[in-house]
Design a binder for this molecule. Structure first.
Ligand code: ASN
Length: 306
């Protein structure tokens, strides 16, 4: 218990939370001005993001129905754009991902975190890049202006990145820097940057003419801070979705309603991505471990005290 109390009482939290408040205000203001409307997040649902990596399931039973805690709102983001009057949407979405304990010292994993999860209808990844570039620059500008004392006290120097942020292809980086290219390039970089084309979840669009090429991407924070955002253009065709679910050994029965919508040809053509809030604050405030930007840390494999 003593450890939890001394964690909460650390002086630096007030400064880090001010930086977080400024960054959140900047995100909301920017998205509002861009016409992206905010909807409230959901926590429980029959189907959530399958996550294509090893983790523990988080489920509850309620009146005989098995409900998953949200791992990401990707499927809900897509379905929300079924509404003809909504073209651009975002959620401040709490995610529960019970990651394996070996990620404890990665410095950037929490098993509960929040992402600002954005989805746009009838847009391309290029248009999404422009929106996010502008959002990141706006956050930097606002935090530098509003929080200069806090940044100074934390010994953190930030400068507004030059736009457009650079875009790299994962294959090129792999050839040049090996399997850990993301870390290598992040450590050298001064500004955030994009990397495209990763083999990931069923919902990220794979090029039909160029199998194995995925229209998805990450934004990476510089100075070795690593992943900031992940997203992609989305699959909308039923047969493609089912083929990719099978390839990834996804439990198809869990996605019954989503697949019914897809079978009717109703999944909207969208693009989007989610930016991790705690990871952003860790970068902005220059903290070594992501636990340091939370009052109640949820670090993989660590016992929760409070
Ligand atoms: N938010 C991500 C996306 O939009 C999904 C995720 O967090 N797994 O693609």
């Amino acid at each position: 218990m003593q450890e939890a109390l001394s964690h909460i009482k650390q002086d630096k939290h007030q400064r880090i939370l001010r930086i977080q408040s400024a960054a959140l205000k900047a995100i909301h203001d920017y998205l509002y001005r861009q016409g992206v409307v905010q909807a409230m997040p959901i926590i429980l649902s029959p189907a959530t993001d399958p996550l294509n990596h090893p983790h523990f399931e988080a489920k509850v039973e309620y009146y005989g129905q098995k409900l998953h805690l949200t791992k990401s709102m990707i499927l809900h983001k897509q379905l929300s754009l079924l509404n003809d009057g909504i073209d651009k949407i975002y959620f401040m979405s709490p995610n529960v991902r019970l990651e394996e304990g070996k990620l404890r010292e990665s410095g950037r994993h929490l098993f509960e975190f929040t992402q600002v999860d954005i989805e746009l209808k009838e847009k391309t990844k290029k248009e999404f890049f422009t929106l996010i570039d502008g959002m990141i620059a706006h956050v930097f500008r606002f935090v530098i202006d509003e929080c200069s004392d806090d940044l100074k006290a934390l010994d953190r120097k930030l400068s507004v990145p030059r736009l457009p942020l650079k875009v790299y292809e994962s294959d090129e980086l792999r050839k040049k820097h090996g399997e850990h290219f993301e870390r290598v390039v992040s450590e050298k970089a001064k500004d955030p940057f994009w990397i495209t084309n990763f083999r990931r979840e069923f919902y990220d669009r794979e090029d039909k003419e160029r199998r194995g090429y995925f229209h998805n991407y990450d934004v990476i924070w510089p100075e070795g801070y690593g992943e900031a955002l992940s997203g992609g253009e989305r699959e909308w065709e039923h047969d493609e979705i089912v083929r990719k679910m099978k390839e990834r050994q996804t439990d198809i029965r869990a996605y019954e309603t989503y697949l019914e919508v897809a079978e009717k040809g109703l999944i909207p053509r969208t693009v989007g991505g989610g930016l991790g809030i705690e990871r952003m604050v860790r970068f902005l405030s220059g903290q070594r471990h992501i636990r340091d930007v939370t009052l109640f840390p949820r670090v993989p494999g660590e016992r929760i005290v409070f």
